[in-house]
Design a protein around this ligand. Structure first.
Ligand SMILES: [Zn+2]
Length: 422
């Protein structure tokens, strides 16, 4: 964070904002904090004591000395808590326990179709989280938050899926409440494309403010990072590029019906499901997105041609998105991205040809680096940024200070109504 960047939430240069500076600095001294914030040394010391009392900041020894006693370097204590993260996919799931720096401490994958419904899937996830925690000797009360991704649209404020097409039984289901009897922590839910975008942005592109993450699997979606933050739109539907209509490449072809009820959607023409169907029509054995990739890697000409053509169709929509958003990077992930050369070649061909030169001057189009792990890392990142936001840190510190002054906080509103005992 540059000097003068006042965080948008929390007290200006309160303890939460101070923690942000320390996290961004990667080795910061009290003098650095004083010169960045303009605060008095005594105020800085007070803020640091509050952060240290919460275990969020530690001293990591002296920096290189210019003579005299070396100043202590301050670092974020990534071990101050743990996060539970789940990427619940259409057919399989990946779960992880991470520290507050996003480092995976324990991880597990399993076959768990989302279509079994919320109770069986979330019971399973709850059970596996317990097993992961016990496996590394950690307790439930060390958990600071839970981040979950699901393969469908989500109302982010409530964590409830909204009309998810491939998630029968999940519409409106209160996912966060399912975990509230065991953990007294925030639970955030988002769709899988947004968490993949977050994971990729955090891991590789954190210095880039404007990024699009395109997931090309059975369906097609896009996570939009602008100004360094994921953009969900008014109703959580931003980036749903799979249902943008694209002009038919072959004028004589029949209009293709999409699962959404419209015709000619990008997903219905260029998604992994659509490609598998077209390969089957040509007599090949392709039951889904992953077999399209296998056939492409084996050099099957029909599959190679189809993936390249899909790349061009996706490129049509991305070319328009590039003109709209002017991203610096487009990251391509999802199952079909394993056929990366053919898919990327098709996308690049159209985007660089069709977008405005100014918008593509610095544009890079790259494959996902995290691949299968982008979602679970992103689910953890979503939660880490939430619990370490300046406002959340200030509130946690204010709550603790108040409870030290007033004694134990009331357990429930009902107890609060009782007269205080002398
Ligand atoms: Zn559609």
């Amino acid at each position: 964070m540059a000097a003068g960047d006042v965080p948008r939430s929390g007290t200006p240069f309160g303890p939460g904002a101070m923690l942000q500076l320390i996290r961004a600095g990667g080795g910061t001294t009290r003098a650095d904090l004083a010169s960045t914030t303009g605060l008095a040394r005594s105020t800085i010391t007070q803020r640091l004591e509050q952060l240290q009392a919460h275990g969020l900041v530690r001293e990591v020894g002296g920096s290189e000395s210019t003579g005299g006693r070396p100043p202590m370097l301050l670092a974020f204590n990534e071990g101050a808590g743990i996060i539970l993260a789940a990427d619940l996919g259409a057919t399989h799931a990946r779960l992880a326990v991470t520290d507050l720096g996003g480092t995976v401490l324990a991880e597990e994958t399993g076959e768990m179709p989302i279509a079994r419904g919320p109770e069986p899937v979330l019971d399973w996830a709850d059970d596996r989280f317990q097993s992961l925690l016990r496996g590394i000797g950690r307790d439930d009360d060390e958990v600071r938050g839970i981040g979950i991704g699901v393969p469908g649209p989500v109302e982010h404020a409530t964590g409830r899926p909204r009309n998810p097409p491939i998630m029968p039984g999940w519409d409106g289901y209160p996912i966060p409440e399912r975990f509230s009897d065991r953990y007294d922590v925030p639970v955030l839910v988002d769709n899988d494309v947004n968490i993949m975008a977050l994971g990729e942005h955090w891991t590789r592109w954190s210095r880039i403010d404007h990024l699009l993450f395109v997931k090309v699997a059975t369906g097609i979606g896009c996570g939009v990072v602008m100004g360094g933050e994921i953009q969900r739109g008014a109703d959580g539907a931003a980036g749903d590029i799979g249902h943008i209509r694209i002009p038919a490449i072959d004028e004589d072809s029949e209009p293709v019906l999409c699962s959404c009820g419209n015709v000619g959607c990008l997903e219905a023409l260029a998604g992994g499901g659509a490609m598998a169907a077209r390969l089957r029509a040509e007599g090949l054995d392709a039951d889904g997105a992953r077999s399209v990739v296998e056939l492409t890697r084996a050099g099957e000409p029909a599959a190679v041609r189809l993936v390249r053509e899909s790349g061009r169709m996706i490129g049509e929509v991305l070319a328009a998105s590039v003109n709209l958003f002017n991203p610096s990077v487009i990251v391509v992930g999802g199952d079909i991205a394993y056929a990366r050369e053919q898919l990327l070649a098709g996308i690049r061909e159209v985007v660089y040809q069709r977008s405005l030169p100014l918008a593509t001057r610095h544009l890079r189009i790259v494959p996902s680096e995290l691949a299968d792990r982008a979602g679970v890392i992103g689910a953890a990142v979503m939660m880490i940024e939430h619990v370490l936001s300046p406002a959340a840190v200030d509130a946690a510190i204010a709550g603790k200070d108040r409870s030290e002054l007033e004694g134990p906080a009331p357990v429930s509103p009902a107890m609060d109504a009782e007269p205080a005992s002398p």
